[in-house]
Every structure is written in C-alpha cells, then in structure tokens.
Design a protein around this ligand. Structure first.
Ligand code: UDX
Length: 440
C-alpha cells in the first residue's frame, strides 16, 4: 500500500521505516530540509539500534522516501499517518498545534479517499476533532476516515518491539478504515486489538500511567527498604513471581524519564481534571518521581557538609541506556543542582554527550571515558545503567580521591563492592559497611 507519514521524530521515523520493511511504499514528510536530505542518504537523525540499516536497505529497494513537500508526499496515499509532536504545555496538557496543522495540510492536499491514522499521543476526543478539521477544510470531494493507532515502542529497542510487540491497538468508528489499517499492519505478525476511537486513545494514556505507577510504587518500597534494611531487588523478585503482579517495571532507581511517561502522566491528570475528576493516585505517582530523581543528591548531601569545590563524577546522562535521548533525564535535575551547590561536575555518557551539551549547564565538563570522569573525584554518581558502566572494572574507583559510589540504578553487587573496599550506596539495598571497611 502507499503510505505517508507526517513527522519524522522518533515515532514517525521508526513507524515509516518499519512499514517499508514489511513491503509498503512509504513517504515520510518533514519540514526540516537538512534532516530530509540526511535521511534520504540513509542517515538516521536519532540513535536507535538497527534503524540506519533498515533505512538504507529500504531506500535502496525503492520503497522508502523522504520529502518536505506535502502535496507530493500525500500523492496517491491510501493512508496518512500523523506522527508529529504533542509537547507538554505549561499546565501539563498536550499541545495540539502541530497535529491541527497536519489535519489542515491533509484537507488541502489529499486527492483520493484516505484513512488518517494518528500515532501521536493525543487527548481523548482528538481523533474526532481531527476528522472535523479535515472535513471543514477539505478541498477535494474525497472520503476521510480516522483511526487511532497509539505507539507502544520503547526507545533503544523500537525496531525489535515493532516486530515483537504485545499488541497493535486500532480505534475507529469505521469498519472499512479499521480493516484497511489491520491489513497494513498484518506483516508485523503482532496481535491486533480493534476498539472504538476514544478507548484506543485512552489505552495509550492508561498503559503509560500504569507503568509509571509501577515504577513509583517500587521506588517508594525501595525507600522504605532503605530504612528497614530489606533488599528491594529480592522484594521485587518475590512480588513479580505472582503472575497477577508480573516481574516487569519493578526495577527501583531514580525514577522514570524520557519523552512519554513524564508527559503522558501529566496530560492524563489534565484530561481527568477537564472532566472534573481528580486523579489523586496519578498525582502521587508524579510527585514520587520528582522526589526520586533527586534521591542521589539527598544521599550525597548526607555524606558531605558542603559540595563547594568537590569534584563529582556523573556516569550516564541519557534517560535510560541505549539511547541518546536526554528528555526528562534525572541527570538534568542532578547536575544542575550539583553545580548550584558549587561542585565541579565531570560527566560521561557513551552516546548522549552531544544532546547533553544542549541541555545541561555550560559549567559541565564532559569526559571521553568512565576512567577519565572518575579519576580524582570525591564521589561518583551513577545515573544510567549502560552496559559499559555496569561492567566496568571496579578497580577504576580506586583512582578517586576517596572511593565513594552512589548508584541510582543498582548496577553493582553489594558483596563485590565490599570486597573491593568501595563505600557504596544504592537504592533500597541494605549496606552493613562501616567506615573501617573502606580503603582510605
Ligand atoms: C515508554 C513505554 O515503555 C512505551 O510503551 C511508550 O510507548 C513510550 O514510553 P520509553 O520511554 O522508551 O518507553 O522507555 P522505558 O524503557 O519504558 O523506560 C522509561 C523510564 O522508566 C526510563 O527512565 C527507565 O529508566 C525507567 N524505568 C523503567 C525504571 O525506573 N524502572 C523500571 O522497572 C522500568
């Protein structure tokens, strides 16, 4: 089938490339000319394992195209996917201006019956509005149907997730449109669940809010474990063996970040508020996450009278491993605060340094390796559990002024750290180390 995808951010690009991989002829549209030129040469603007390879392969097979020209991009499309951003507004609600603009562009440029598929995460009721806007501005006499098709891909494993997802959700009030988009997606071999538009829109928010709730829940349990000398990893394992609970998303740490959970939880609180419903539980989830992102600062401040002039190494800057995405990363809150307190901060991330430079304080110093960041520091904070960091030779911490490691992602075994003689604090795991255990 002929498919157009508007917006080549994370969701749009992965969607377009994967649809071309299962045999569709896909044209991706973006307003950014430089980006489009790059993509036409098979260069991915984001770091995502396997993406560039699939881009190059499908460009060569003549079924993946990139353009800035809407009219050209929409020409002959059976389906147009909307995958533009819905940034968070100051009040926490999602900003729909880009989505609305695409709806108008579609109305002006489509010249045959078209199914409009919304991939962007949009408040409940938006797909109905999209249809209204298109109908109101339609230039040619064609039939427009809408399908809500929310995105559940995880950054860092998006390609794999596309072909091994748990479900594809399609919401529509048109049986014809739902069947057509079901056909489009058959090649992924993933179970398809069809429902009405508003339920599909809600499934996305409810799923992300539920996963965020699991994370904030286990983080609170971890904070209590810290105080009662229990081990949150054993607690999570014991809980997860109950199939009703499940063992995923129970990894305690310094909270969730990224482009989805922080934005979608706040948007759902806002959606509930708009219909006069106070989503108290979710408000708690957001509050716990804000507190959790600052946990390492609390632990560090307990340990030092002042951070003025202290050299602090920060390992991992991205919001999670295997991505260069810095959106809502705990590293932002942590490094800004350290710098405010007068510390000298030396950061290292295997991939995200370029993005970090655009977001973090100018006073940050970036190093090219774990070793360089850690050497001579008064404390090391671990923010992101990259494999490279998890598997680092623990002897590296002996090059610090004093071997104090405060780990926000529980990367190391308590026993090993004790054996090597490193003062080690993590999240929700007891430590019986006394001062005399440390090498000074
Ligand atoms: C998430 C959802 O998983 C995906 O379905 C949705 O479409 C977009 O949002 P993503 O943001 O890529 O995907 O990352 P994910 O792997 O889900 O992790 C989100 C955050 O939660 C990360 O900061 C991660 O460190 C944190 N997390 C995750 C935990 O702290 N503990 C966990 O057990 C799992």
């Amino acid at each position: 089938m002929n498919i157009s995808v508007v917006g080549t951010g994370y969701v749009g690009l992965v969607t377009g490339v994967c649809l071309s991989e299962i045999g569709h002829r896909v044209t991706c549209i973006d307003i950014d000319e430089a980006k489009v030129e790059k993509m036409n040469n098979g260069i991915s603007p984001i770091y995502e394992p396997g993406l560039s390879e699939l881009m190059t392969k499908n460009i060569e097979k003549d079924r993946l195209f990139f353009t800035t020209d809407h009219a050209n991009g929409f020409y002959n499309a059976d389906a147009v996917y909307i995958a533009v951003g819905t940034p968070e507004k100051e009040d926490g609600s999602a900003d729909m201006k880009f989505v609305k603009q695409v709806a108008i562009d579609i109305a002006i440029d489509v010249s045959k019956d078209t199914v409009v598929v919304t991939k962007s995460t949009v408040p409940v009721g938006t797909n109905d509005k999209i249809k209204e806007v298109i109908q109101a501005n339609l230039v040619n006499n064609v039939r427009i149907d809408v399908v809500s098709n929310p995105e559940f891909l995880k950054e860092g494993s998006a390609i794999e997730d596309s072909f091994n997802g748990d479900r594809i959700v399609l919401g529509s009030d048109s049986e014809y449109a739902a069947n057509l988009i079901e056909e489009v997606n058959k090649g992924f071999g993933v179970p398809i669940y069809k429902t009405d538009i508003r339920s599909a829109e809600m499934i996305k928010y409810a799923s992300n809010a539920f996963l965020a709730t699991k994370i904030s829940f286990i983080n609170e349990i971890a904070n209590i474990c810290d105080r009662v000398n229990a081990n949150v990893e054993d607690v999570a394992k014991g809980m997860g063996m109950d199939k009703r609970i499940g063992d995923k998303f129970l990894k305690a740490g310094i909270g969730y970040g990224g482009s989805c959970f922080p934005k979608d939880t706040k948007a759902l609180i806002q959606i509930a508020g708009n219909v006069e419903y106070d989503f108290e539980l979710l408000k708690g989830v957001v509050k716990v996450n804000q507190k959790q992102q600052a946990l390492l600062l609390d632990k560090l401040n307990e340990r030092f009278d002042s951070l003025e002039g202290k050299r602090i190494a920060v390992l991992g800057l991205a919001f999670k491993p295997n991505t260069d995405d810095m959106r809502e990363a705990a590293s932002i809150v942590i490094t800004n605060n350290l710098i405010e307190q007068g510390a000298e901060v030396f950061g290292y991330d295997p991939i995200a340094t370029d993005n970090a430079k655009t977001l973090l304080s100018d006073k940050m110093v970036y190093e090219g390796s774990v070793e360089a960041a850690v050497e001579g520091s008064d404390a090391t904070l671990i923010i992101t559990e990259w494999d490279e960091i998890k598997h680092v030779n623990l002897e590296v911490f002996r090059s610090m002024k004093y071997p104090l490691v405060i780990d926000g992602r529980n990367c190391f075994s308590l026993d090993k750290m004790k054996e090597v003689g490193i003062e080690y604090h993590s999240v929700g795991r007891p430590t019986d180390m006394k001062k005399k255990d440390y090498i000074l």
